[in-house]
Design a protein around this ligand. Sequence first.
Ligand code: HEC
Length: 132
Amino acid sequence: MVLFRRVAYLIVSAALISGSHLSLAESQNSGKAAFLEDCAVCHGSDAKGRGAFTSMLRVPPPDLTTLSRLNGGEFPAAQVRRTLAGINMPGAHGTGEMPIWGRRWREDGHGSAGANARVITVMAYLRAVQEE
Ligand code: HEC
C-alpha cells in the first residue's frame, strides 16, 4: 500500500513537473492520500484534529477544516504553505511538534520539485475539506 502510494505520488509529481495539468479532482485525490499518510496521525483522517497521536502532544493539533472560516471565509493558502515549510508556525513560535514537511519531503528523496508538488496537492485537499 505504501509502495503503491509512493508510485502514485511519483507519477503525480512527474506530471506536475512535466507541466501537464492535473485536474483539480486528481490533485485533491493525491493530496488526500498524502494527508492520510503524513498528517492523519495527528490531525485525524477527517482533518478535524483528533488523530491517534493527539494524546501524546502538548498542543492539540488544530481542526484543519475551519481554516477558511477562521480567516473570513477565505482559505489562507499563503499561511498554510508557510506552516508546511516551517516558516511561521502558529502559536507563539510554534511548539516544534508539527514536523516541517517541506524539508522532510525534500530529504525523503522527493527532491525540491517533488516536495513542492506534494505541498500543492495536500493544500488542494485541505481546501476541499473546508467547512462552509
Ligand atoms: C506530529 C503531529 C503532527 C503531524 C504529523 C502533522 N501536524 Fe500539523 N500541526 C500539529 C500541531 C501540534 C499543530 C499546532 C501548531 C503548533 O505546533 O503549535 C499543527 C498545525 C498545523 C497547521 C496550522 C493550522 C493553523 O491554525 O494555522 C497546519 C496548516 C497543519 N498543521 C497542517 C498539517 C499537514 C498538511 C500535515 C501533513 C503533511 C500535518 N499538519 C501533520 C501536529 C501535526
